[in-house]
Write a protein of this length. Structure first.
Length: 400
């Protein structure tokens, strides 16, 4: 049993002197869980000890503990005033669960994973952009391949998040993303897709010790969104086709948004597609990899995200110029992933309806010219397929 499970059991309070009974009664349970996350130095502090079992059994126990915590913290299960806090806590839980799974496989589950916060060291850093100032958490909320995400607040108290380049050599990727989103916000023709793009607030340089300079992009924080990676973690065997279907429409929407922006997104992978499980609203991220007008400029994708190497089509691996069909190929791979299929071999589970399979397979053609050319037309066709299969019925996505 983890420390979190212990402190949330009233009959156990007296046994844990580091929590005061009055504090538990007066403090929202979500705040207790959030504080325990902040204090945790090992995965066992969150999910409990998993010793004395083989790897498969440890995975089963870990998933069980995760499910218990998920039921306590999921935004679907709290009152309206608590949704924002629950969203942040649940997102942190999902990140810890994913990291704990990786740690189990690597055999380092019991190792310390968060540096000590001893002494009076500050947990915030101030970033200035012109006349605006932002307070950012020193500790990363998410760690990515090209940048790390830090949560924070603007001077008026509004929630924000910052993407900070993981290395100074990666600054140009964040500069490109900032320029693309800033340009998009000024074009009236793109007004319809702006709500589904991150809202850029500022882009600045942060100078660290040794004069190393890191690009920092600051964005408005929108609560309630989870990545397709987090969704798939909640459905290890794959989502029901009915749920994967509405999510795939949002993935196709990301390829369409890229086309409207005049770019190839170049990284449509599960980490870069966010959806709100309740409203079904998408949030299209990951634009640091985007290539503007690749055909005109003979520009090519120069990087591949290693853990998503199966998502990249032959033309990328052959160092050819990418196109809109490149994004559609990656969208198709994402659908195979959501359904619980074999991404490397493009194999779908047997229970997936054949009309759905056939449409997605067209995105996965190895030859570019055989793939659909128009994401909008493909989305309309896909909508007709799912309407015929299941009709139009709202399905809230439960991640428990």
């Amino acid at each position: 049993m983890s420390d979190i499970h212990k402190v949330l059991q009233p009959s156990k309070w007296s046994k844990y002197p580091f929590f005061d009974r009055k504090e538990i009664i007066m403090t929202n349970a979500l705040e207790v869980v959030r504080d325990q996350f902040a204090k945790a130095s090992r995965f066992a502090d969150v999910f409990g000890s998993l010793s004395g079992a083989d790897l498969d059994e440890k995975k089963r126990l870990l998933k069980k503990q995760y499910s218990i915590l998920a039921k306590m913290t999921h935004p679907d299960r709290v009152s309206a005033p608590e949704v924002a806090l629950a969203t942040a806590v649940f997102a942190e839980l999902s990140t810890l669960y994913r990291r704990a799974q990786d740690a189990l496989v690597a055999g380092v589950y019991d190792n310390s994973f968060i540096p000590s916060r001893g002494g009076a060291a500050s947990t915030k850093v101030t970033v200035s952009a012109g006349t605006a100032t932002y307070q950012l958490d020193v500790e990363a909320y998410r760690e990515g391949d090209f940048s790390n995400i830090h949560l924070g607040e603007a001077a008026d108290g509004s929630k924000i998040f910052a993407k900070i380049a993981a290395d100074p050599t990666l600054n140009p990727y964040l500069v490109g993303e900032a320029n693309l989103l800033a340009q998009a916000s000024k074009l009236a023709a793109l007004k319809g897709i702006l709500p589904f793009l991150p809202k850029l607030l500022d882009s600045v340089i942060l100078t660290e010790a040794g004069n190393e300079q890191y690009r920092v992009n600051l964005y408005e924080y929108k609560p309630g969104f989870v990545s397709l990676t987090e969704i798939k973690n909640a459905f290890p065997g794959g989502l029901p086709p009915e749920d994967a279907a509405w999510i795939f429409r949002r993935v196709l929407g990301q390829t369409l948004a890229a086309n409207m922006l005049g770019v190839v997104h170049g990284a449509i992978v599960p980490d870069h597609v966010l959806v709100n499980p309740l409203t079904h609203e998408p949030l299209h991220i990951g634009w640091a990899h985007a290539i503007e007008r690749p055909a005109e400029r003979n520009a090519k994708l120069t990087t591949v995200i290693d853990r998503f190497s199966d998502w990249y089509p032959p033309e990328v691996l052959a160092r050819e110029v990418p196109s809109h069909q490149t994004d559609l190929y990656m969208a198709g791979k994402t659908m195979v992933y959501l359904l619980g299929g074999d991404v490397a071999r493009d194999r779908f589970p047997s229970h997936v309806p054949e009309p759905l399979v056939q449409l997605v397979r067209r995105c996965l053609e190895t030859k570019v010219e055989k793939r659909p050319r128009d994401a909008f037309a493909l989305m309309q066709e896909f909508t007709k397929v799912i309407d015929k299969l299941w009709g139009r019925k709202y399905r809230p996505l439960r991640l428990l």
